[in-house]
Design a protein. Structure first.
Length: 67
């Protein structure tokens, strides 16, 4: 069974993933990026880096507040 903190982290991770998908498709449309192209891959990789950084930030913040 997950603790309340674990549930919040899981919920936040799901929300970040959902927003990531929304931003990805909005950016593809805005920047007129075709599917299965190097530019689409670059956009995906760029957003993935940001998502990882955000999760790392959250982990540091959560761990810092435990002490």
């Amino acid at each position: 069974m997950n603790t309340e903190e674990q549930e919040r982290i899981i919920t936040l991770d799901h929300m970040v993933d959902e927003k990531f998908a929304e931003i990805f498709f909005l950016a593809k449309e805005e920047y007129q990026i075709s599917g299965n192209t190097p530019l689409e891959r670059e956009l995906y990789d760029t957003l993935n880096r940001y998502k990882r950084e955000l999760k790392e930030f959250g982990s540091k913040y959560t761990n810092a507040n435990k002490y």
